[in-house]
Design a protein around this ligand. Structure first.
Ligand SMILES: NC(=O)c1ccc[n+]([C@@H]2O[C@H](COP(=O)([O-])OP(=O)(O)OC[C@H]3O[C@@H](n4cnc5c(N)ncnc54)[C@H](O)[C@@H]3O)[C@@H](O)[C@H]2O)c1
Length: 357
C-alpha cells in the first residue's frame, strides 16, 4: 500500500514534532508544506526537500494528496477548513479545533457535509499513563466518584521555541491547555459534564494579556465531581501536577502529566507505583495519534477523537468562560444552540447576555 500523502499546514513549533513523527511512520509521507512565513517554509523544506511548499492553502487543490494535518493556531482556520473540504481531504487538526464552540461546530458540519473525516489530535488520551488509569479503574480500585486535578506551571510565553500567539489571545490557558485536561476528564470518566462553576483570572505577574489561570468545580452526569486548578502563571519555575481520583475501593494518584502513576486500596499504608512502558514525551503520543488517523482512513479502525466529539470538550471551555463572567454555574450542554433542547430560564438568560455563543 502506498504511503498516505500528507499536506502539513502550519510549520511552527508543533510541526517540528509532526515532521519527525511522519518521517518515522513508513505508512505516511509529507508532500506539501504550507505556511505564510518564508522562514518556516525554508526550515521545513530542509527536512522535506521533495515536498511542494506554498504560502497559502490554495496548494490543497493543486497537488495530489490524501490528507491534511493542521498545525496552525486555532484562531483563523476558516480558509484551511474550507480548502481541505473543497479538496475532499481528510483532516487531522491540532487541538483546539477552533477558539470558539460556534466556529468549531461550523467546521464539524462543513466536514460532515463534505464527507471528510475530521480527527482532532488529542494526544493525551493516547499516553500510556492515561490508558493505565482506565485499567486501574476497571481492575483495581473501581469507579471514580470524585477527584482533584491540579496543573501548576509558570509557562514562559517568551521562550524562543514556544508559540507566541497565546500571549495575546483570549483565555490562553483554557483554549490551549485546559482543553486537554477537560477532554481527559470526559475520556476517563466516560461521562459528560452537567455543571461547571468556573473562575478565570490573571495574577499581577502574568505575561499573558488575558487570563492564564483557571479554577473550576465540575460535575459529570455519572456523579463524579472534580476540583480543577490549571495555572500557566503560577509563581514558581518548578511545575506541579497531580490528578487524584477517589474510587470505590481506593485512590489513583498521578503525579506527573506524562507518568508517575500510583494507586492504593482503602487500607493500604502506602501507594503502589504502577510500571509504565518507556515513553518519549511529545513523540510516542503523536505517533499513536497518527497511527489512529491512518487506521481510520485505511478503514481498519473507527475514527477516534472526532471533531463532533471534540465539541463537548470545547463546550466545557466555553462554559468555564461564561461561568466566570456571570458568577454562576453553567451546564455545558446548554451552549449547544443547535440542539433542540429546552434551556431553563436561568440559562436562557445567561445565553442572551452572550449572544456570540
Ligand atoms: N497536542 C499538543 O500537545 C500540542 C502541543 C503544542 C501545540 N499544539 C497545537 O498546535 C497548533 C500550533 O501550535 P504551534 O505551537 O506550532 O504554534 P506556532 O505559532 O509555533 O506555529 C504556528 C504556525 O502556523 C503558521 N500559520 C499561521 N496562520 C497560518 C495559515 N493561515 N496557514 C498556514 N500556516 C499558518 C504560522 O506562521 C506558524 O508558523 C495549535 O493548535 C496548538 O494548540 C498542540
Amino acid at each position: 500500500m502506498s504511503p498516505l500523502r500528507i499536506i502539513l499546514v502550519g510549520l511552527g513549533a508543533r510541526a517540528q514534532f509532526w515532521m519527525r513523527v511522519v518521517r518515522d511512520n513508513p505508512d505516511c509521507t509529507i508532500v506539501g508544506l504550507v505556511d505564510p512565513s518564508e522562514t518556516a517554509r525554508s526550515r521545513a523544506l530542509e527536512q522535506w526537500p521533495l515536498a511542494t511548499a506554498a504560502a497559502d492553502v490554495s496548494l490543497l487543490g493543486q497537488i495530489e494528496a490524501d490528507a491534511v494535518l493542521l498545525a496552525t493556531p486555532p484562531g483563523g482556520r476558516e480558509a484551511q477548513m474550507e480548502a481541505a473540504c473543497a479538496a475532499g481531504l481528510p483532516i487531522l487538526a491540532e487541538k483546539p479545533l477552533a477558539d470558539g464552540v460556534e466556529l468549531a461546530a461550523r467546521y464539524v458540519e462543513m466536514a460532515e457535509t463534505a464527507g471528510v473525516p475530521l480527527m482532532v489530535g488529542l494526544n493525551f488520551r493516547f499516553l500510556p499513563v492515561t490508558q493505565k488509569v482506565l485499567k486501574l479503574f476497571d481492575e483495581q480500585v473501581g469507579l471514580p466518584e470524585f477527584g482533584r486535578f491540579t496543573y501548576e506551571r509558570w509557562r514562559d510565553g517568551w521562550k524562543p521555541n514556544f508559540n507566541k500567539y497565546p500571549l495575546t489571545m483570549d483565555q490562553p490557558m483554557l483554549w490551549e491547555q485546559s482543553i486537554h485536561h477537560f477532554d481527559l476528564m470526559r475520556y476517563v470518566y466516560k461521562s459528560e459534564p452537567v455543571l461547571l462553576f468556573g473562575k478565570t483570572f490573571n495574577p499581577s505577574w502574568s505575561m499573558y494579556r488575558d487570563d492564564a489561570n483557571v479554577s473550576a468545580l465540575i460535575t459529570f452526569a455519572s456523579g463524579v465531581t472534580v476540583n480543577y486548578q490549571g495555572l500557566w502563571q503560577s509563581n514558581w519555575q518548578a511545575p506541579g501536577f497531580q490528578w487524584r481520583n477517589e474510587c470505590a475501593r481506593g485512590v489513583v494518584v498521578q503525579n506527573d502529566q506524562f507518568g508517575d502513576l500510583n494507586y492504593a486500596l482503602h487500607s493500604d499504608a502506602t501507594l503502589t507505583s504502577v510500571p509504565l512502558p518507556p515513553y518519549e514525551q511529545w513523540i510516542n503520543d503523536a505517533v499513536a495519534v497518527l497511527a489512529a488517523f491512518v487506521a481510520a482512513l485505511r478503514g481498519t479502525a473507527p475514527l477516534l477523537c472526532s471533531g463532533r466529539d471534540h465539541l463537548s470538550s470545547l463546550r466545557m471551555v466555553q462554559a468555564c468562560i461564561l461561568s466566570s463572567q456571570l458568577g454562576q454555574a453553567i451546564n455545558p450542554a446548554d451552549l449547544d444552540l443547535g440542539a433542540k433542547r429546552e434551556i431553563g430560564p436561568f440559562n436562557q438568560n445567561a445565553l442572551q447576555q452572550r449572544t456570540s455563543l
